[in-house]
Design a protein around this ligand. Structure first.
Ligand SMILES: N[C@@H](CCC(=O)N[C@@H](CS)C(=O)NCC(=O)O)C(=O)O
Length: 221
């Protein structure tokens, strides 16, 4: 498989984790969003939406939209599972994942930020306020569903990682990158720390990818 990815992309982060959990090898093709590499004709032929990630199967089939990719991987490679076995559990996990992937994250993607900047002429301060607002809204909503819920375990749902954790860690990482203290979302913080302690999650971190700029990498020592 070929995996089209960008270090900072939250949606690529999700697919990286799922590939790691399911131990699936993929050749990574780095698409630099900062130089608009996703707007080239070459990438547009792969994903006309001009967004990452995309996963191309060996027969050339192109998969796009991170949650659809996660569902595909789950169907094709069911072990280890990233969805619970019961219908109620699956609905809860999908709903938690959607709160990030379909509510919070779309408000933070480059094309939205570019519109705020170039079309609406919002100043840096206003753009930062926008980013903080939607990051906080999403985390507060997640915390409301996770805290005190009988189905919340070590992870968002039970004691093994699911699609919900895969989505949650990306959003919490955005909050961490904005230097937000996580204490106001104690359950989300605990689940984030539990998940990121797993090598499958840790090695998928945006700051540790081969295309992560040197200046962004954690300082050694
Ligand atoms: N809902 C999509 C989001 C895709 C998306 O917007 N990806 C971002 C990176 S995380 C992107 O490529 N953005 C390009 C742009 O906004 O111009 C998914 O989950 O795959």
């Amino acid at each position: 498989m070929k995996f089209f990815s960008f270090w900072r992309s939250q949606a690529s982060f999700r697919v990286r984790i799922a590939l790691n959990l399911k131990q699936l090898p993929a050749d990574v093709v780095f698409v630099d969003l900062d130089t608009d590499a996703h707007h080239t004709d070459e990438f547009r032929r792969i994903n006309p939406q001009m967004a990452l990630p995309a996963l191309v199967e060996d027969d050339g089939t192109v998969l796009f939209q991170s949650l659809a990719i996660l569902e595909f991987l789950e169907e094709k490679y069911p072990s280890p599972a990233i969805l619970p076995t019961d219908a109620n559990g699956r609905a809860r996990v999908r709903a938690l994942a959607l709160m990030v992937a379909c509510e919070g994250h779309p408000l933070l993607v480059p094309r939205v930020r570019r519109y705020l900047d170039r079309e609406l002429n919002l100043r840096d301060e206003q753009q930062n306020a926008w980013r903080r607002h939607w990051t906080i809204e999403t985390l507060t909503a997640l915390e409301g569903h996770l805290a005190g819920n009988k189905d919340t375990g070590k992870f968002c749902h039970g004691d093994t990682p699911t699609m919900a954790d895969i989505c949650l860690v990306g959003h919490v990482t955005v909050a961490v990158m904005q230097q937000m203290p996580l204490d106001r979302w104690p359950t989300a913080k605990r689940v984030f720390e539990t998940a990121m302690a797993l090598p499958e999650f840790a090695t998928a971190h945006p700051l540790l990818q081969p295309d992560t700029p040197e200046a962004m990498r954690p300082k050694k020592g």
